[in-house]
Design a protein around this ligand. Structure first.
Ligand code: AGP
Length: 366
């Protein structure tokens, strides 16, 4: 085990550190500068079939579902195809309407999650076209789908998923690019995304150099009983994943909320004992997000902002800054500091980081 850890104290830390390399692997041979697109040979679909897709539905459990939400956002943005995500664990119980022209994407690091496998089987029974987005080659979901995108994240041991999730987001961005370029995404915009993807591994490595500052913030908030993770639109899946990671490894209660929904109820919970992590991408919603921070601060709530924008001085108590890559890729990069925040909170609390209580790496039972 010591050898496998390669000098890291545990697998979660190792897998967080490996993300730049994991993304490089996922991109290898798949980006095309000439046509400003991506190649995903495993889909087994030609341009005509890709153009015929009426909507994209992402299905996964837990964090894989949140990665699917991020995927749906980027597919709608780049390809302008309606896209949604839903928990695979609910799918077979609600008698879903299966659209034969839709593309269903079953997402799973392990490829063995029973609920996701059952969703695939239900879809296939009803004539749905389903592809896999799977990390483990030869796994049950990969075999059942027969087509899809392998994540190439390498083995992931820690129960809390990090690099596999990043590679899910990278893969969905390539899928969105591919679907966009056979529709009306311009070559110039396609190329901007290609270049953004190519710059992503170095940007991840850059975020990781900020670890000491993030660790210091985590230590200061480690005694919190509960935390909010707030984001809107692109940052909403990021907030959900941030809350999930904190819960899993630190056992601190965390709730993700859409920024605009706060005033419809949860604002009542804000007080000096309730820290909020606010995710602020540098996009067209920046002013709104700054306003959200001010609303929380006005009620005495401590705010940790995670951003790639230039925020007004002292607007938040703590600011974690990340580099800019391309607007559509912001969400992916904003997730990385939240992994470190959860990790260092768990470390400060002395948790069993790689094997949190009550959880298994892959859930192969109902
Ligand atoms: C992630 O940190 C969790 N451990 C969990 O939500 C996980 O993403 C989920 O169980 C799905 O697993 P899979 O990707 O192997 O299907």
């Amino acid at each position: 085990e010591d050898y496998a850890l390669g000098g890291h104290p545990d697998f979660m830390r190792k897998e967080i550190a490996e993300q730049g390399e994991a993304v490089r692997r996922a991109l290898r041979g798949r980006l095309d500068d000439r046509f400003a697109t991506a190649h995903l040979g495993g889909l087994n679909m030609d341009a005509r079939e890709l153009r015929g897709i009426s909507k994209v539905v992402f299905l996964g459990c837990g964090s894989a579902y949140y990665a699917g939400q991020l995927g749906a956002q980027v597919v709608e943005e780049l390809a302008r195809i309606p896209a949604t995500a839903e928990p695979a664990s609910e799918f077979r119980y609600r008698n879903p309407v299966v659209d034969p022209d839709a593309l269903y994407v079953a997402i799973s690091q392990s490829g063995e999650t029973l609920d996701t496998l059952a969703a695939v089987q239900e879809l296939q029974r009803k004539g749905g076209r389903v592809i896999g987005a799977v990390n483990v080659v030869g796994s049950a979901i990969a075999r059942q789908c027969g087509a899809g995108v392998f994540l190439h994240a390498g083995p992931e041991i820690s129960v809390a998923s990090t690099k596999a999730l990043t590679n899910m987001s990278v893969s969905f961005t390539m899928l969105a690019l591919l679907l966009g370029r056979v529709r009306d995404l311009s070559a110039a915009d396609g190329q901007r995304v290609v270049e953004g993807l190519r710059a992503l591994p170095d940007a991840i490595d850059k975020v990781l150099t900020d670890e000491p500052a993030i660790a210091e913030i985590a230590q200061r908030y480690a005694e919190a009983r509960s935390m909010f993770f707030i984001g809107r639109v692109r940052a909403w899946p990021v907030a959900r994943e941030g809350a999930q990671k904190l819960k899993e490894v630190s056992y601190i209660h965390a709730e993700a909320y859409q920024a605009s929904e706060l005033k419809h109820g949860p604002l009542a919970l804000i007080d000096p004992e309730m820290p909020s992590v606010v995710i602020v991408p540098d996009d067209e919603l920046l002013a709104k997000n700054i306003n959200t921070i001010e609303q929380i601060k006005a009620r005495g709530g401590p705010v940790i902002a995670v951003t790639n924008a230039d925020l007004p001085a002292n607007v938040a108590d703590d600011v974690i800054r990340i580099p800019r890559v391309a607007t559509e890729l912001d969400a992916m990069l904003l997730t990385i500091p939240l992994q470190l925040l959860a990790y260092h909170t768990a470390l400060a609390l002395g948790r069993d980081i790689d094997k949190p209580r009550n959880l298994a790496k892959s859930v192969t039972v109902e």
